[in-house]
Design a protein. Structure first.
Length: 235
């Protein structure tokens, strides 16, 4: 939070400085000599040009990230066994022996779920996994990850940039875990993570499962499962 806060504060200060420079140049040019007026005008426009170049750099940096998501989605589209529209998102089931579940943001958000995940989990565990992916979409986690990726690119691959990107990736997973645990039950999500971690060999899933069991969560009677998730699991 400190890093993101500093980043946004720095951007706001740069923008405020540019606006003040342009306004100062316009105001001063009225009472300054011709040479000073030209200098101030050129300085103001150069400042705006620099800011525009930075925006262009960010746009160019974001483009490969968006393209990567599109390629991943297009690669799975031909093997999709079903597409179910739930209003807030489309649940795409596809045939695969790999344990895969992920969310794709956009104008029409999608949650991709492999048949191997469905076969490996119980209905309650599967619903918790879908709730986890839905939390990524509902809380717009891709923005935090995208900002961290752009920050890393702007720093030229330096260690602080990579550290922020890695920390952001971990924290958005934990945030989605918390949301899903409150909605579907921490035990269900922890068991799902344990099963998926054992099958995939991903030790981080076991650590996330242990974290869920070490916290206190609302009782089952106080859980609030979003309506959009009530019918996502086939009976």
């Amino acid at each position: 939070m400190a890093w993101f806060g500093s980043l946004f504060q720095g951007l706001l200060l740069v923008l405020a400085g540019l606006v003040c420079s342009v306004l100062g140049a316009v105001t001063a040019s009225e009472s300054a000599s011709a040479r000073e007026a030209v200098f101030l005008s050129v300085a103001g426009w150069l400042a705006l040009g620099f800011f525009g170049a930075m925006l262009a750099l960010v746009s160019v940096s974001v483009a490969p990230l968006v393209e990567l998501n599109m390629q991943r989605t297009e690669a799975l589209a031909p093997i999709a066994s079903s597409r179910e529209d739930y209003g807030r998102f489309t649940l795409v089931r596809f045939e695969s022996s790999e344990l895969v579940a992920f969310a794709v943001p956009g104008r029409k958000p999608e949650i991709f779920l492999s048949c191997a995940v469905e076969r490996s989990l119980t209905q309650a565990q599967l619903r918790s996994v879908i709730a986890h992916e839905y939390a990524h979409l509902r809380q717009r986690h891709w923005w935090a990850l995208r900002i961290a990726q752009i920050n890393a690119m702007c720093l030229g691959g330096l260690r602080p940039g990579r550290a922020l990107q890695r920390a952001t990736t971990i924290l958005i997973e934990l945030a989605a875990d918390d949301a899903a645990a409150r909605q579907t039950g921490a035990a269900n999500l922890a068991n799902a993570l344990a099963v998926l971690g054992k099958a995939s060999g991903d030790q981080s899933m076991h650590l996330r499962a242990e974290r869920l069991t070490a916290r206190r969560w609302p009782r089952a009677a106080r859980r609030r499962l979003p309506n959009v998730l009530r019918t996502t699991v086939r009976t």
